[in-house]
Ligand binder design. Structure first.
Ligand SMILES: Cc1cc2nc3c(=O)[nH]c(=O)nc-3n(C[C@H](O)[C@H](O)[C@H](O)COP(=O)(O)O)c2cc1C
Length: 196
């Protein structure tokens, strides 16, 4: 039989899962071995054609501040009037969590597998990382913010043509469970198909 059983604890955890705001994340983050487990599990997603239309870039330790300097410089050049505290906030963006993972979409155009399906597989990686982080006891948030949509930052990330940021997954630990978020009612989004 597959799967072998119902995992009651995991089910309950997923029924209560919430993202935790990046600013509320702190230590501990996953260590190298935990991160390897987290990301190996995270990329285990449906992927039509076995294309692997994604790649990951991790930021931990000093790399977070170094990337923050890139963000601050770009932010300042886009907003020459910006106050020092706003620029400092950009510099510290990646310091909000012990680990940040950029999920990069690597889309191959013009092949049998539609681009839309490749993009959805990338979204599945992002969500799978959130879910795995949670099951491993870490809190996380999927953010894009302005720097996911900036060509200068894309270049600093080393992105090539047909690559774009799907999200930055901030991963760490949270002191408190976040308040529940309003959810769509299943009854409002579910219909049973009937013969027209
Ligand atoms: C692709 C994507 C990008 C997002 N970018 C942002 C963002 O830039 N800023 C933000 O506050 N929330 C952003 N969110 C929303 C949060 O990650 C998250 O969905 C929200 O906090 C509630 O999550 P939960 O339902 O997992 O608790 C984004 C969500 C997705 C799916």
């Amino acid at each position: 039989m597959y799967p072998e059983s119902r995992l009651e604890d995991a089910l309950e955890r997923l029924q209560q899962r919430r993202s935790v705001k990046a600013m509320d994340l702190g230590d501990p983050g996953p260590n190298d071995s935990e991160l390897e487990t987290l990301l190996t599990t995270g990329i285990r997603v449906p992927d039509h054609g076995k294309l692997g239309p994604w790649r990951l870039i991790k930021f931990s330790g000093d790399a977070r501040q170094a990337f923050g300097n890139v963000l601050a410089e770009r932010f300042h050049s886009l907003n020459p009037e910006a106050r020092e505290h706003s620029i400092a906030a950009e510099r510290d963006r990646f310091m909000r969590a012990p680990v940040v993972v950029a999920v990069i979409a690597r889309i191959t155009p013009g092949i049998k597998i539609p681009e839309w399906e490749q993009q959805m597989s990338v979204g599945a990686v992002c969500q799978n990382i959130l879910v795995t982080a949670n099951l491993m006891g870490f809190a996380a948030q999927w953010l894009t913010e302005w720097y996911a949509f900036d060509e200068h930052i894309d270049a600093a990330l080393g992105l090539t043509t047909h690559e774009r940021v799907a999200g930055f997954i901030y991963i760490g630990s949270a002191g408190e469970r976040p308040a529940e978020r309003v959810r769509p009612e299943l009854a409002d989004v579910l219909t049973a198909w009937q013969v027209p």
